[in-house]
Every structure is written in C-alpha cells, then in structure tokens.
Design a binder for this molecule. Sequence first.
Ligand code: C5P
Length: 243
Amino acid sequence: MPTGSTSIPHSAESLRERLIIALDVRNATEAQALVQKIGGGAVFYKVGLQLFVAEGPRFVRDLVNSGKKVFLDLKFHDIPNTAAGAVKSAAELGASLLTIHAAGGTKMMAAAVEAAGKTGAKILAVTMLTSIAEAEIKELALSGCVEDRVLTLAELAKNSGCHGVVASPREASQIRKVVGGEMLIVTPGIRPAGEAAGDQARISTPADALRAGATHLVVGRPITEAPDPAAAAQAILKEMAMA
Ligand code: C5P
C-alpha cells in the first residue's frame, strides 16, 4: 500500500477499480518502470496500439499475471469473423476490457460480444474518435453532426450487446440517457482540476466525468508524466472521491 492511500475515503478500493492508467509508452521497460512506481496505487492499466505493437501479447499476460487488470485498447474494425477471432485471442490473454469500432456495424459488434462469451472480457464500442471534428464528418460524406452520430452508434452498441462505450466525458451524460444505467461508459480526456489540457480538446475533471455518468476514467499523461506518478494517481483518486 503506497503512502497516502489511507487519506482516501472508505470507497478507495472501488474507486481504484474505476481508474485506468494509459501506458502510452514505447516499450515494456518503460511501462514496467511506471507500474512499479505507481505500485498499489492503481490496479487497472490501458495497453494501446503503440505498446502492444512494440511488445506483443507477452507484456499483457505478464501484467495480468502480476495481478493488474488490463484494458487492451486495439480498436478492432474488420469483418465479423475476423473481429471475433481477434477478440477471442485478446480475451485469452486475460484482458478485462477490449475495444471495437461501433462503425464496424451491428453484426461485427454482436460477433465480438459472442466471442468474448464467458471469458470475462467486456467489449467496449468506440463511437466516434474524439479527433474527428465536424469538418471531417463532411469530408467523409457522413450525415448529421458528431453528437448525433455518437448517440446513434452508442445505441447500436447497446442493441448489439456491447458491455460499454468509450466516450468523451462531455458526451457521457447524453450517452447515459440513451443506453440506460447498465452499460459501462469509459472516458479518456480527463484532466485534474487546474491542469493543462495538452492536445485534448474536450476535457473534464475526474469528479465531473463521474458525475456525468462515466463508470471508468482513462488517465494518461497527468499520471505518467508527473514527477511522482504514485502521488498523481492518489490525487486523482481523491478528486474522484469528491463526485
Ligand atoms: O494522456 P491522456 O490522459 O490524454 O491519455 C488519454 C488516453 O486515452 C490515450 O491513451 C488516448 O489515446 C486515449 N483516448 C483518447 N480519446 C479517445 C480514445 C482514447 O484520448 N476517444
């Protein structure tokens, strides 16, 4: 147990389960150093494309075997059979959360959910990438505005049996209305009160994101680039406790 954890209220354990730290680093050595530094202050880590492409499945297995939960964020988008195969392989690594693109369609989403089956892995649908702005919607010859598309895709994800969606914290409350109370809403774009946004445009504080209906927060640089990542994680857990 890291120093400082006792100052977090009694729900600290459940809050820790809801904080996912993004390991956006180049290799396993850097990732393991971070996990080591953060210690007992976090239980959930996101492994994305950069780290997975560099280090492969072994890193995920090792992290799971060390007692951590893994959100494997590889955003599958393929024909249903191929996406289902990828989900099966990822679930066998012990990942708790996996992402697919809702734009892959309901058949693909349903096949992914079925492939996750009883493995315990949960399928999150990515609605619209937060990097897509209104102008790009036109360029891609898509109809409607970003928010409409996000809500439509979230509803399709629900109807396809997905366990949750990834969304901007600013969209969380609208999505919650559309998908009801059960689905997971996992939000990146979190910045502690008073901290620089960096390249994130639509950000929220940890407490605001939870109030808007997020079930899990993905936090990268505010923790991984902090001089003391363990203390930064503790500070975010304290902010979450205020929600
Ligand atoms: O460093 P930061 O807290 O901005 O990291 C957020 C993490 O969430 C990164 O891994 C980023 O790729 C991811 N993400 C995001 N927006 C999305 C989906 C994922 O920022 N819509």
